[in-house]
Write a protein that binds this ligand. Structure first.
Ligand code: GLN
Length: 378
């Protein structure tokens, strides 16, 4: 077989998940909550099933859901996306990202990707003949060097992919970062694919800087978000993206033949559930408490903590403990200590040598206690 992705193996989340199950490990690897979904939301799905929402949703997604998303974005970020033409419900944000890349990337196009990054961007770029141009975050706090970013832009740059709050580092971009990004993209035809799936998980009173807030960015952006992250339902695979009319028109040409539409009853339920903004506005506090609970519990361990300002991930540095590579260390933690995490090299460029691993703290305190007990004796 002449592979289109010769250098791609099985995603780290599947590989580590399998190993974690095999060794019955406490699993803080793949990012998903282990607590219950709000019974009110489950009831709304049951209602939708009984009310007969069991056939295809409209290709663009349920209108009531698109309408309430439009209102949410207008309230939070001061920008109006037309529900009819500028919002599409997708089978998770990963599908939105894949479809966006497939819609716009042609052979030879360059796509600037911030590293480390979530693992779904580059294979999609490669599949459509694009070339990933990486820009590495710098230092212990993983900040972006905008001069370096600027020099990565060439006449062949078709797209830039950004992600705030950032998986895997838990860093967030400030208003200043967004202004810098805006300055650099101004006057170009570059499309911004803005992955904002953790938009509601942001800590210490900070505000999420959506590309939607910045007119010069919004006019060129496809912004993706995820209900899985926000409502503890990653298994539903329902997300959405928003973009100005012209971009969304092209996106939908592909979306309609990619999945046609996302699953229907959950869309109806989410439309009703979103009517109460508390359901997403309380999430930041909820996860901040989780982060703090986890960090307090491992304060006396030998791990160093890389501050997490958003997402439900916490990166820990083990350079005081071992000189093993992160993949070796993660494997040993699973096998010897029964604790699963993700090696940061899975998100990074070849040659990455930081001694760091990523933990998901979207877990009950009981599971966080189990993980902390192990981390404290390593
Ligand atoms: N976003 C999740 C994480 O980073 C994984 C989702 C997936 O496995 N595709 O852990």
């Amino acid at each position: 077989i002449h592979s289109k992705l010769p250098n791609v193996g099985t995603t780290i989340f599947t590989v580590i998940g399998k190993l974690a199950n095999e060794y019955d490990a406490v699993n803080l690897s793949q990012g998903f909550p282990n607590f219950d979904t709000d019974p009110k939301l489950l009831q709304l799905v049951t209602d939708a099933l009984k009310e007969g929402y069991n056939q295809y949703a409209p290709m663009q997604g349920s209108f009531s859901l698109r309408k309430i998303i439009s209102e949410k974005i207008a309230t939070l970020y001061g920008n109006t996306y037309h529900p009819e033409s500028e919002i599409t419900i997708t089978a998770g944000a990963t599908q939105a990202i894949f479809t966006a890349i497939s819609t716009f990337i042609r052979p030879g196009d360059e796509v600037v990707v911030i590293k480390p990054s979530f693992d779904c961007y580059e294979p999609a770029i490669e599949l459509f003949g694009g070339k990933t141009v990486p820009v590495e975050l710098e230092g212990l706090d993983y900040s972006i060097n905008w001069n370096k970013f600027k020099s990565a832009i060439t006449p062949n740059t078709k797209m830039v992919i950004t992600n705030t709050p950032h998986n895997p580092t838990g860093t967030i971009w400030s208003e200043n970062d967004m202004v810098q990004l805006q300055e650099i993209l101004k006057g170009t035809n570059i499309i911004l694919l803005s992955d904002e799936v953790y938009e509601h998980i942001i800590f210490d009173g900070k505000k999420h800087e959506s590309a939607a807030k910045y007119p010069e960015l919004a006019s060129r952006s496809i912004i993706c978000s995820s209900f899985g992250k926000t409502f503890h339902v990653t298994g539903w695979k329902v997300g959405y993206c928003v973009a100005p009319n012209a971009l969304m028109g092209e996106f939908r040409k592909v979306h309609q033949f990619n999945v046609f539409s996302a699953n229907h009853p959950t869309q109806e339920a989410l439309a009703n559930y979103l009517k109460n903004p508390e359901h997403y506005l309380n999430l930041a506090q909820f996860y901040q408490e989780k982060r703090d609970y986890f960090l307090d519990a491992i304060r006396s361990s030998r791990f160093k903590m890389i501050p997490s300002s958003g997402t439900y991930f916490q990166v820990l540095d083990y350079s005081n403990i071992s000189n093993e590579s992160d993949t070796e260390f993660v494997e040993r933690l699973i096998k010897e200590y029964k604790l699963a995490s993700i090696p940061m090299s899975a998100f990074s460029l070849d040659g990455f040598t930081n001694r760091q691993i990523r933990f998901c703290f979207a877990k009950t305190n009981e599971v966080l206690d189990q993980a902390a007990e192990i981390l404290n004796r390593i």
